[in-house]
Design a protein around this ligand. Structure first.
Ligand SMILES: [Zn+2]
Length: 482
């Protein structure tokens, strides 16, 4: 009696699946060469960082409540701290506190590169002020760190670019191509005065860039439980964001003789339905490319799945979506954040409203979110009102010359890390430059432990002296190679 044909087919299939998983390539880790300038005066850079942190460039969506004095002081401090930069580079001020610099290169036919950053920071929540180990705008240097709001997001990144250029100018260096810098001053409130205005200026002048580098990813350790090496994540796209207000009318009146469902009850069901029936999961290009790059660094079971997504796609998505991080990588997320009903405990709500925040996967639009709400929970009388809306960014290629330059520089400054494309979950200024560039990357050269990532926009934000050194080395090395 022979082996049943079905067993032979199944064994053949298993062999093919395992073969594909075994053939997954090892991520390329080039033999690391050294940074261009190994010697950085870290104490001096830390002092500069401390001083820019002390300028309280605090953002506010209500522009009339912004104190603009520290913004001007910030600009003045840059002029004072980086004399070579301000002697040799052309500088243009946009909407008073945003800055464009041009460092003229030797070869005018080469496309320029644009390095961007922002000088504003988010406010410090009053109720958390006493949880800071050092006052948030003191810029204290202690225990191997510079402490304060903006150290990670993103004053170190901003001054590292200037430190690098300052030192290269002192060495008599001139770049091959033109290097432009664009420092916005309202990134935390969507960048209309800064990034959007500067991008429009570039577009009006008919300029395009070889690539743009902004914040967005960094080097982290322990983000994926299955990976035991640090991973440098270079953002090639960012999710869209919208907050939608849902309002339901009620009858009002005394709570002693209520209708079966008050406006709050009706709205609660809407939110429960939206939480229950989430957007479909989908493996978008940045996530697929990230797993492809990790290749043979993945444990075998994950390689088996990712190398055979045609068969295991649904299983892979189900496994990933179990964690909040994995879920956010795979779908447009739904987060009910605010709800409001009656003003008193014994009064029926004449209306109830809630705000739901959605983070959109590349390829989906705000119109898709509105259609989703109507389909899942649309009531004829419910008012659906987008409060703010940014569609997802475009996806930049991870096989461009610009990506390779960033990647190679990472390997030189952070030997042994894995470099992957990445989908940025938050919003940055980078997307504003889409009209003038198709290769937009998001990476800050800092190695941040997973537990320290929570300090961004939070209490006890700080950056280590090692990261300060790496950050300046990164930009020096990158610029010399452009
Ligand atoms: Zn930022």
């Amino acid at each position: 009696m022979g082996i049943p044909i079905i067993i032979i087919v199944l064994l053949g299939l298993v062999a093919i699946l395992c073969f594909r998983a075994a053939m997954v390539k090892k991520p390329q880790l080039p033999a690391s060469t050294h940074p261009v300038h190994p010697d950085i005066d870290v104490t001096r850079v830390a002092d500069h960082l401390s001083r820019v942190v002390q300028k309280q460039t605090i953002s506010n969506t209500d522009l009339s409540r912004v104190n603009w004095t520290p913004y001007q002081e910030f600009v003045d401090l840059l002029v004072e701290s980086y004399p070579n930069v301000h002697r040799h580079l052309e500088r243009e001020t946009v909407n008073e506190y945003s800055l464009i610099y041009r460092w003229k290169g030797q070869a005018p036919d080469l496309k320029p590169v644009l390095l961007i950053a922002h000088s504003d920071v988010v406010p410090v929540e009053k109720s958390t002020a006493d949880q800071w180990e050092h006052p948030p705008f003191s810029g204290v240097i202690a225990d191997g760190f510079v402490w304060g709001r903006g150290t990670m997001d993103m004053k170190l990144h901003l001054i590292s670019i200037l430190e690098a250029i300052e030192a290269l100018l002192a060495d008599g260096f001139t770049p091959q191509r033109d290097i432009y810098l664009a420092f916005g001053h309202d990134e935390e409130t969507r960048g209309e005065l800064g990034a959007s205005s500067m991008a429009r200026l570039f577009a009006e002048r008919g300029m395009t860039f070889d690539f743009v580098l902004d914040e967005g990813g960094c080097v982290t350790h322990g983000g994926f439980a299955f990976l035991n090496k640090p991973m440098a994540m270079v953002g090639i796209a960012e999710k869209g964001i919208t907050s939608i207000r849902l309002t339901v009318e009620g009858t009002g009146g005394h709570a002693s003789m209520p209708p079966r469902h008050t406006a709050v009850g009706v709205l609660a069901k809407v939110i429960a339905d939206l939480e229950k029936q989430q957007f479909e999961t989908r493996i978008c290009a940045p996530v697929r490319e990230q797993f492809e790059r990790l290749g043979s660094e993945l444990p075998f079971y994950l390689r088996l799945l990712t190398a055979n997504l045609w068969l295991f796609g649904p299983l892979f998505k189900r496994l990933m979506a179990r964690s909040n991080v994995g879920n956010a990588m795979l779908r447009t997320t739904t987060a009910a954040t605010m709800i409001e009903g009656s003003m008193a405990h014994n009064v029926l709500p004449p209306r109830a409203s809630a705000i739901v925040n959605f983070r959109l996967l590349p390829g989906e639009t705000i119109a898709d979110v509105l259609a989703h709400i109507k389909k899942i929970a649309g009531l004829p009388t419910m008012v659906i009102e987008p409060l703010m809306a940014d569609d997802p960014s475009l996806v930049s290629p991870s096989d461009s010359d610009g990506f390779s330059r960033v990647e190679n520089t990472i390997h030189r400054i952070f030997p042994g890390v894995l470099v992957t494309p990445y989908l940025v979950m938050g919003g940055t200024d980078a997307r504003r430059y889409e009209p003038v560039c198709r290769n937009i990357y998001r990476f800050s050269p800092m190695l941040i432990e997973q537990s320290d990532l929570d300090r961004i926009h939070n209490v006890n934000e700080r950056i280590s002296l090692e990261n300060i050194e790496r950050s300046v080395q990164f930009f020096q090395t990158l610029i010399v190679d452009l």
